[in-house]
Design a protein around this ligand. Structure first.
Ligand SMILES: NC(=O)c1ccc[n+]([C@@H]2O[C@H](COP(=O)([O-])OP(=O)(O)OC[C@H]3O[C@@H](n4cnc5c(N)ncnc54)[C@H](OP(=O)(O)O)[C@@H]3O)[C@@H](O)[C@H]2O)c1
Length: 267
C-alpha cells in the first residue's frame, strides 16, 4: 500500500511519517499546499497512492477566529481538493476532525449520533470539511474526530503546561476533554485502515480530564512546587466548549492520558 501524508510536519502528520516506514510520500505544507488544487492533482496523479492521510489543518483556534477565510480554505476547501482526487483515482481518504465541532453544553461524552454545533470558526471550518466528505456519497473514507493531541511532532497543551512550570502561580481552566497521544492515534488508525474500517468515528485517549487536573498531574510529576489555581475561563479570541469529551463507541478508546503522558515524559 502506498501512502500520501499531507501536513507531514505537524503534530499528527509527523507521527504517521515516523511510523510508516516504506511506500510513502510525506509532504509538508511547503511541499504541498492542499488549497492549490492543480498541485494536489499533479502529486496524486504522479504518485498514485492507495491511501491519502490528511493531517493538514489550521489547528490554531484563535488564529482561525480572526482568519476565517484561511480556516475555511484549508480545513474545508483543502479537504474538498483531496476528496476530488481521491474520487477520481479511487483512493481511500483518511481525514481528522475535532471535538470542537460540539458546543460543550453536554455533561457526558459526545456520541457520534450527537448533532454538532460548533461555537468557534475552527469548529465550523472543521465541520464543513467533514460535511464535504460525508455529503459526497464517496464511501472510501475514514473521518476520525479526536481531541487534545500531544506528542513529539509539535508543541501541544502538555508542552505548554510544562513550560508554565517556571511560574510561581499557574492558572488553568476547568475545560474538559480527552488528552490523546498522537502516536497511539496514528498506530490505531493504521490498524483500522488495514482492517477495512470506513466511516466517521470518535477516537481519543480513554480518560477525560479538566485542564486544571491535567496540569496538576503533569506538574506534580516534574516536581513543580508552585500553586495551581482553577479559573472559569481566560479572556481569549475564540470561545471554547467547556466540555467536549468524546464517547468512542463502537471503538475501544486509546491509552489513558496518565499512562501515555508518563511514556511521553519518559518517566
Ligand atoms: N492538536 C489538537 O489538539 C487536535 C485536536 C483535535 C483534532 N485535531 C485535528 O487533528 C489533525 C492534525 O492536527 P495537528 O495537531 O497535527 O495540527 P498541526 O500540528 O497544526 O499540523 C497541521 C499541519 O498542517 C499544515 N498545513 C497548514 N495549512 C496547510 C495547507 N494549506 N496545505 C498543507 N498543509 C497545511 C501545517 O503547516 P504549518 O505548521 O506550516 O502551518 C501543519 O504542519 C487536524 O485535522 C486537526 O484539526 C487536532
Amino acid at each position: 500500500m502506498k501512502f500520501l501524508i499531507t501536513g507531514s510536519k505537524g503534530l499528527l502528520g509527523s507521527e504517521f511519517d515516523r511510523i510508516i516506514e516504506n511506500d510513502k510520500l510525506s509532504l509538508s505544507r511547503q511541499e504541498l499546499d492542499i488549497t492549490a488544487f492543480e498541485n494536489v492533482y499533479k502529486v496524486v496523479k504522479e504518485y498514485k497512492p492507495d491511501i491519502i492521510i490528511n493531517c493538514s489543518a489550521i489547528s490554531n483556534v484563535d488564529y482561525c477566529e480572526v482568519n476565517q477565510n484561511v480556516a475555511f480554505l484549508v480545513n474545508a476547501i483543502g479537504v474538498e481538493n483531496l476528496l476530488k482526487c481521491a474520487i477520481e483515482f479511487n483512493i481511500f481518504l483518511v481525514h481528522f476532525s475535532t471535538d470542537y465541532v460540539f458546543d460543550g453544553n453536554k455533561k457526558e461524552p459526545y456520541k457520534i449520533s450527537d448533532i454538532p454545533n460548533p461555537i468557534n470558526v475552527y469548529g465550523k471550518s472543521k465541520l464543513k470539511g467533514e460535511e464535504i466528505i460525508l455529503n459526497s456519497g464517496y464511501e472510501k473514507y475514514l473521518i476520525i474526530r479526536t481531541s487534545w493531541l500531544f506528542g513529539n511532532g509539535k508543541s501541544s497543551l502538555v508542552d505548554k503546561i510544562i513550560s508554565l512550570s517556571k511560574n510561581e502561580i499557574i492558572y488553568m481552566t476547568e475545560q474538559i476533554s480527552n488528552p490523546t497521544y498522537a502516536k497511539d492515534l496514528a498506530i490505531k488508525v493504521l490498524d483500522m485502515i488495514k482492517k477495512g474500517y470506513f466511516g466517521l468515528f470518535h477516537l481519543t485517549g480513554s480518560l477525560s480530564v479538566s485542564r486544571y487536573e491535567l496540569a496538576r498531574f503533569i506538574l506534580e510529576k516534574i516536581g513543580y512546587k508552585g500553586k495551581i489555581v482553577k479559573v472559569d475561563s481566560f479572556p481569549s479570541i475564540a470561545k471554547r466548549p467547556n466540555y467536549s469529551a468524546l464517547n468512542n463507541f463502537p471503538l475501544e478508546p486509546l491509552r489513558d492520558y496518565k499512562t501515555a503522558i508518563l511514556e511521553f515524559l519518559r518517566y
